[in-house]
Design a binder for this molecule. Structure first.
Ligand SMILES: [Zn+2]
Length: 102
């Protein structure tokens, strides 16, 4: 019975280790890709935005209708405002003014 528990523990531990290794691999791959893509452009970019936080590849944007945060690539831009889906964009457009939203 004790051996079985140990086996289960080892199984979970190996899974955790595997996941950690995979994450480290992905991170190192991304880093190598970044250095590979032209030294001049990266140098210029780091000079511009060195003071701010590291830019996320896909920042979260707030939906103007429901307020849900959605990855920027998945949002819809209608009349200068971002929405999580086309349904909310239509609903927002159908409303006369956003004043009664509060
Ligand atoms: Zn929405």
């Amino acid at each position: 019975m004790r051996q079985l528990l140990l086996l289960i523990f080892v199984f979970f531990a190996s899974q955790w280790l595997f996941r950690k290794l995979r994450r480290a691999n992905a991170r190192s791959q991304a880093a190598s890709q970044g250095t590979r893509g032209g030294t001049g452009s990266t140098r210029a970019r780091s000079g511009n935005g060195a003071s701010g936080a590291p830019q996320l590849p896909d920042p979260l944007v707030r939906c103007a209708e429901c307020g849900v945060h959605t990855p920027r690539s998945e949002t819809l831009v209608v009349a200068g405002q971002r929405f999580c889906c086309s349904d909310h964009a239509h609903r927002h457009a159908a409303r006369p003014t956003g004043r009664d939203a509060r």
